[in-house]
Design a protein around this ligand. Sequence first.
Ligand code: CA
Length: 726
Amino acid sequence: MRTWLMSLAIALPALAAGCSYSNPAVSVDQGKEAPVHAVGSAAVNMDRVLNAASEPSSWLTVGGDYNEQRFSKLDQLNETNVETLGLAWYADIDTERGQESTPIIVDGLMYLTTAWSMVKVYDIHSGAKVWEYDPKVDRAKGSDACCDVVNRGVAAWNGKIYLGALDGRLIALDGKTGKEVWSVKTVPDGTHHTITGAPRIANGKIFIGNGGAEYDIRGNIAAFDAETGKKLWNWYAVPGDPAKPYEQPELEMAAKTWKGDTYWKLGGGATIWDTIVYDPETNLIYFGTGNGLSWAQEARSPGGGDNLFVSSIVALDADTGKYAWHYQETPGDEWDYDNCNPVMIADLPFKDGKKHVVMQASKNGFYYVLDAKTGKLISAEKYVPETNWATHVDMATGRPVENPDARYSASGKPVIIWPAALGMHNWHPMAYSPETGYVYIPVTVSNAPYAAQDDFVFNPNGWNTGTDFAGGASLYTKPGAPPRGNVISYILAWDPVNAKEVWRIPNKEYGASGLLATSGNLIFSGNHAGQFAAYDSRTGRELWTAPTQARVVAAPATYTVDGQQQVAILVGARGLPPGQTRTVATAANNSRILVFRPGGSATLPAEMVAAASAPSGKVTINPPLVTANNETVAAGEQAYAANCAICHGQQAVPGAGATAPDLRYSALLPFKAQFNGPVRQGERATRGMPGFGNTLDEETTDAILAYIIKRANDEKATQEAAARPN
Ligand code: CA
């Protein structure tokens, strides 16, 4: 009876959508039978998440379940048959920015978020769109998002779907209809806070933090009632004004680790912008905190100090928000080593018995294993050997032993440090297979020059890193200097018990992509070469690939449809893979949700002619002559690095990380007045180019233009030299 009810509930909308499919009987082939819920019920509760492995037809949370291991017990697809996977269906996504969410699959529907915090919902049988929701985030808000206007997914609970919008709203939607149930602003008005992370829910409480620690923000996390949106508790990550009572007792202890009074005036940073994990065994939530504000420690806490709780893993009581423990991975961080990247819970089989742990492949290049109940350090080893800001972690003190040259703001000497600010591993989800015992980490090996800004003054409208992004470049011209920037990337299989690398799969194209591990001896991952791939989780051998026509950064999900295992992946981010042309002429990338099943025979659309924009090779570069003086160009270089580089690329060259056009090819270069329009007045705000208003004055904007013209002439000269016969 129960099976019949579920079949009917799932079959009806699919038939209504004009789709037929074989074997409508739902087979629940593992563990206890899944509960019966009508399509769109979003009837998630504690019991279901705790027993997620017994529901093969679901992927209930972005991380799979509360452990966030991104591991599926499904083994129908395995190393012997994964090559039969083909495209089942796909759907175009109507934004041309980065797509970072993992879909959740619950009660017959797939829910995902896109850039600009939109929610898209699909029937898992037909791929038909069931509903969509656009919170209509003001496009000018895009300038507050350091790393694109992304969103990493929704949470489902008791009939509702929850979304954190870029502008700081937490929104509850009806799971069946997408109708807004409630919406609360979780951040103060008129600030630079953003939400890009997925909310997490346990026992009817939603946990959400926010980002923005390059601006003027005091990091916090809060819990809200899932039914009403009422705020239940708040926890600040750094101390506030010492003249006022501390909101939490541990902030008094934290305040002793700061110096001066700049930090609380600026906000202090330590934002909680991605991972939050609920542990049913301890009833704690674990999360990472971001960088201090400013990055350069002398600018925020002159004379040093640990600056609690920046760059830490923190545990709070989930019911009350009361502090339980913390472990600071990067005391007194000044290299932007946020700890916000994924945290996982696992029961690891150590020689002296099983240990319930929290673990993280930190941005800072070390892999940390902590006791989940106490926060006690179990191990900390470099998972990327090139890491050089510290030589090792002293297990007696739990503290890193730093490279004596690393503290550039105290020494005043620029230095090349591994890793760069984007980290050896960033937000891209890692996966853990309890069967192989390996953690699979998307590793990006990089270095950067760090240099303190000589004359740092707080800018209430812009970034306040206190660093000189153009400084230290000359270090790369010295003998023995490493290659600058992004060096290599790979998928790393790491043994967290023995703290050792097992093997690595080099990426065809630099960049990180989220991972999924399954009981079928498989790991799934997209890449930046424009493929979705499966590998043997024991050896790393590549078993299958399919074209995505897009770079992939998000992580996949797997679930069954009518008893058949399928895999879904959201694609599209950071420009197109090399050699790939657009399939929609006006889109910057080919953003789509792709779903694969055995025997799937759908095909992606034929490629369209590349849009007439650089660097397709079809557009000639034609800048005006450089008429500005050297001082103006140099001022423009500084202003460009601080305001434009994060989207348009360092030194006006959009690399793999760029999300916006190559300005050297801009048709506006000859027209000073028209260049001011999009930059200052926000004329292209609806397309994601925010107006900088009065943050950039006319003189600075003109200097940026002069710098871009200079860089365009450099490129023109390079191209002409290459075209000349030898
Ligand atoms: Ca940061």
